[in-house]
Design a protein around this ligand. Structure first.
Ligand SMILES: Nc1ncnc2c1ncn2[C@@H]1O[C@H](COP(=O)(O)OP(=O)(O)O)[C@@H](O)[C@H]1O
Ligand SMILES: [Mg+2]
Length: 230
């Protein structure tokens, strides 16, 4: 479904943020990408959707990422950014969520239906008529996720989805993500989220994959977690 092959990213200031990262994610698989601050998690998610110059190869559903295929790939992969403000830009929550479906050429009625169903899935119908920039950080995050769900991507990339969430919203969010059929790559330092959502874990440290395996196995080794800065 998603194959990442030897990608390296160097930022313009010379910082090598990813160093030959490789892994693959199968259909319907949910994988946690864990690592301390600065490990390279957000950089990796951005690289996968073609937002950063990089070397190496990425393919999704058999489509290889290139300049020519970047827009096609962004229909297949939905990314929820770490900072919810990067995702919201209209004056109404419903318009933010309808933006993607309308952009795909759906009618206003069809888009509206997708807006409702995305908000229902997240228990957030009450936010529909609100103004995005006036929402709390946690509410903005939920709207950002709804906007991605409304586009029905095949793969979801989620960057710290549980940040800003109170315990109840966090439970609803985890339940929703568990119920989705999409493959998911979830960048997080919330190890409980990784445990309750993901069957497999990839550990990043200083831009390199340091460990990979079943969630129980990787997260039960306290000594190793300490070594990875978690
Ligand atoms: N725009 C940028 N320019 C230069 N360095 C950056 C930039 N964005 C992130 N970095 C650096 O790249 C490394 C990885 O960052 P990031 O991917 O945000 O890590 P994480 O999401 O795991 O906390 C860090 O050392 C960070 O300081
Ligand atoms: Mg990050």
């Amino acid at each position: 479904m998603l194959a990442v092959n030897g990608i390296s990213v160097t930022y313009p200031d010379g910082n090598l943020a990813l160093d030959s990262v490789s892994f693959a994610i199968g259909d319907n698989e949910r994988v946690a990408l864990i690592g301390a601050n600065g490990a390279g998690k957000s950089t990796l998610l951005r690289a996968i959707v073609g937002l950063l110059p990089m070397s190496g190869e990425i393919s999704v559903c058999g489509v290889k990422l290139s300049k020519q295929t970047a827009s096609e790939i962004r229909k297949i992969i939905g990314i929820v950014f770490q900072n919810p403000d990067d995702q919201l830009f209209t004056m109404k929550v419903r318009d933010d969520i309808a933006f993607g479906p309308r952009n795909f050429g759906l009618s206003d009625e069809e888009a509206e239906r997708l807006v409702d169903s995305a908000l229902e899935q997240l228990n957030a119908v009450h936010l529909k008529e609100r103004t995005p920039y006036k929402l709390s950080a946690g509410e903005k995050r939920i709207v950002g996720i709804a906007a991605i769900l409304a586009m029905n991507p095949k793969v979801l990339l989620l960057d710290e989805p549980s940040s800003f969430q109170d315990p109840r919203s966090r439970r609803i969010l985890i339940g929703t993500l568990r119920s989705l059929r999409q493959a998911q790559l979830v960048a997080t330092h919330d190890l409980d989220l990784a445990r309750s959502l993901c069957s497999r874990v990839i550990v990043l440290r200083d831009g390199r994959v340091r460990a990979e395996g079943p969630t129980d196995e990787i997260l039960s080794d306290d000594g190793r977690l300490e070594e990875y800065g978690l």
